[in-house]
Design a protein around this ligand. Sequence first.
Ligand SMILES: Nc1ncnc2c1ncn2[C@@H]1O[C@H](COP(=O)(O)OP(=O)(O)OP(=O)(O)O)[C@@H](O)[C@H]1O
Ligand SMILES: [Mg+2]
Length: 382
Amino acid sequence: MAMPTRDQVSALLGEIQDPELHRGLNELNMVRKIAIEGTRVTVLIALTIPGCPLKDYFHTVIPAKLTQGYPDIGHVEVELTSMTEQERQALVGGLRKDTPGPFARSDSSTQVIAVGSGKGGVGKSSTSVNLAVSLAKLGYSVGLLDADVWGFSVPRMLGIHERPTVVGDMIMPPEMFGVKVVSIGLFTSEDNPVVWRGPMLHKALQQFLSDVHWDEPDYLLVDLPPGTGDVSISIAQFLPGAAMVIVTTPQAVAEKVAQRAGFMAEKTGLVVAGVVENMSYFTGDDGKRYHIFGEGGGAQLAQRLQVPLIGEIPLNPRMRELADVGAPIVLQDPDSDAAQALERTAKELVNLLPAKPKPAKRISLPLLSMGAEAGHAHAHGH
Ligand SMILES: Nc1ncnc2c1ncn2[C@@H]1O[C@H](COP(=O)(O)OP(=O)(O)OP(=O)(O)O)[C@@H](O)[C@H]1O
Ligand SMILES: [Mg+2]
């Protein structure tokens, strides 16, 4: 009979990742005891927070991993405890070293894309959400920061209602459809709006970048509030390397939007990389395209800014209906004209702003398929 040694058990446990922190259990100092008696293995795991919703995950994934490695194991007992406040602080300190205002560092491997517009209601948030989900569908790791602190709409559009988990003072962003999301809306309710003033706002945005465990995604999309206010300027300060994409509508007076975008670029120092035209046309039942809001606004703006027009998204009532129930159209109705246009735009975005190469700084071992599923289900909060 081949029973593993404690070191062998430890090595296998090290291959299991905490689904929220994305680090191995050994690296996170979560394994507290390994006992082997006959064919019985007992492990004690210290969770980062008491009552952590990951209990089921560990009860499933640990026995599966160990018995897969050593089929002669008869029974795996998983005991759970939780870390002391001190241990939690030490862990957070360790994680934070990885992320000191991570996106501002010159060696950051995240391509940050701020999505802005000259005016409100042009579909900035819808575009940000669907592009983020499309990038995730293409296999990229994606974060989405809702920087529209007054008019946040990202949580609703993605159907996220749970508060983020906080470990020590690090915020674990909830993940939906493969996109990690942070929004003021996750900390407050839509009918209880926040009244922020300058310095507080600046601080809140800074925290959303430095105290959130984003884990260096390939892309971080930032849904800016409309216009050229304080928020955009703060964001630009924290994200000096960000590119900006301007969403506009066909009827927008290119001259005016270009002026605003130019002003924004000047004030923030962000470079405009491209233009997306939204609500470009509507396809009737007769198959004809109707240019309800006029024609050419996006192309004109792109020309004026001397950047490419990277997408023309048609008007499609499904896009709004689905957004209202938290189901992005690129997932829910991928064959629709709007979804196809959004996915094409995401690919254009990748061509224009390729993902940066990842440093080979840590090996992330794949979880067992079973474990990955359990982790997935948890992350989606179902
Ligand atoms: N292509 C489209 N087809 C149909 N409806 C759309 C389309 N784009 C956006 N909408 C709808 O238009 C409304 C405004 O869109 P959205 O909230 O994305 O705009 P915004 O620019 O982020 O607005 P704000 O300036 O308020 O942040 C939403 O109800 C959205 O569902
Ligand atoms: Mg918006």
